[in-house]
Design a protein around this ligand. Structure first.
Ligand code: SF4
Ligand code: SF4
Ligand code: FES
Length: 385
């Protein structure tokens, strides 16, 4: 048993006062959850401390909150680990701190109702409804259930693991800048239906999400939602899949994002590593160096990008030689053969090349996602949520 201090951001609307901080001392085993600490404080010190929870097992999605500034679930975050992080943050200025208060706040990007309880309706559920979160099949329904190949559901298993906790929404930096952004949870939900073979309105859904100025191109790839998600849904990856599918459907992307993505893949295929000097021209004009046919748009965009290109040159972060397209260094030895083998393998097996690699090789994926994948590949038990 160890003693911890939790520092809770409180807001009691009935008092007419603004938010304030309050500290509570709790005694818990380090392996117990931050939520257990909050419930102990509520039980022992102040019954008015408001926190939403139900399953206490990372299933119901009720206990989203910020712990030491990071969005997540109170019931899934061990208090011992939260203490270590609080100490690390407090020690950043130099002096070692052992018992820093664990800071607990309500989720971000949502109005606070009371203490740690946020209004999920206004920012989360409204946006989930925005993406039409149900199947839109065409034709008469079958007499019995729809039958799909279990393998065809694997692609959407990751997005099906979502428990609607809102932690990704809380951490989304784009949503801070643009509260109308549809957001990570709703877009991950959208992919769940876009990727479903029973849905017949894939093209319409993609058009809708691409045309909306607060849609799939409003995400800035900040990775925050991936870090926050307690179920391994990786909402940013689902958004990238939506963008890729939109590109494949020929939907015009105002940011040339799909062409930019293709440019990454093509340049690395050709050179082994990313020759950034070629990115602008490759994103707006077809062909690798030597076959370049600049379009009016590519010339316009290159001129518009000049300040961005010149800034690192002026600050000497990039040498002039590195800024000239086509002068990028070559990979040593026969490393280029390995790159070619990866591309050939991906092409042959129709695999997605993930440009957003996270974690270490061999690291376990979230156990629920892993279970979900196992479930969906088992023909006897495959199910669609
Ligand atoms: S990656 Fe995109 S959706 Fe995810 S938190 Fe960042 S901006 Fe938001
Ligand atoms: S995607 Fe993850 S973080 Fe976002 S609502 Fe679903 S489970 Fe929660
Ligand atoms: S209480 Fe259900 S997810 Fe935390």
């Amino acid at each position: 048993m160890a003693e911890y201090t939790i520092k809770v951001r409180r807001f009691q609307p009935e008092s007419g006062e603004g938010p304030y901080w309050e500290e509570f001392n709790v005694d818990l085993e380090p392996s117990l959850a931050v939520l257990d600490g909050l419930l102990q404080a509520k039980d022992r010190d102040d019954g008015s401390l408001a926190v939403r929870c139900s399953c206490r097992a990372a299933i119901c999605g009720s206990c989203g909150m910020k712990i030491n500034g990071q969005s997540g679930l109170g019931c899934k975050t061990q208090i011992g680990e939260a203490q270590e992080l609080a100490n690390k943050v407090a020690s950043a200025s130099g002096e070692k701190v052992d018992n820093a208060p664990i800071v607990i706040e309500p989720m971000g990007n949502m109005p606070v109702v009371k203490d740690l309880i946020t209004d999920m309706e206004s920012t989360h559920w409204t946006k989930i409804r925005r993406v039409t979160p149900w199947l839109l099949p065409h034709g008469d329904p079958p007499e019995r259930e729809y039958v799909v190949e279990p393998e065809s559901m694997i692609d959407i298993t990751q997005s099906m693991a979502c428990i609607q906790c809102g932690a990704c929404v809380s951490s989304c930096l784009s949503m801070e800048a643009d509260p109308d952004f549809i957001g990570p949870a709703a877009l991950a939900k959208a992919y769940r239906f876009v990727g479903d073979p029973r849905d017949a309105e894939t093209h319409e859904r993609l058009h809708d999400l691409a045309d909306d100025p607060h849609g799939i191109y409003d995400c800035t790839h900040c990775f925050s939602c991936i870090d926050a998600c307690p179920k391994g849904v990786a909402p940013m990856d689902q958004i990238m899949r939506l963008r890729r599918k939109a590109g494949e459907e020929g939907i015009e992307d105002p940011n040339a994002g799909h062409a930019h993505e293709i440019a990454f893949v093509k340049i690395i295929e050709k050179k082994g590593t990313l020759d950034e000097a070629m990115l602008v021209q490759e994103s707006y004009a077809p062909g690798i160096k030597g076959k370049l046919k600049p379009s009016k748009r590519s010339i316009r965009e290159t001129i518009k990008s000049l300040p961005t290109i010149l800034r690192p040159l002026r600050k000497r972060k990039v040498k002039l030689r590195q800024a000239i397209p086509g002068t990028h260094h070559k990979l040593p030895g026969d490393a280029m053969d390995d790159v070619k083998a990866i591309y050939a393998h991906a092409e042959e097996h129709k695999e997605e090349i993930n440009l957003y690699i996270q974690g270490e090789e061999g690291e376990l994926v979230d156990e629920n996602v892993e279970k979900g994948i196992e479930r969906s590949t088992d023909p006897d038990t495959a199910e669609a949520k």
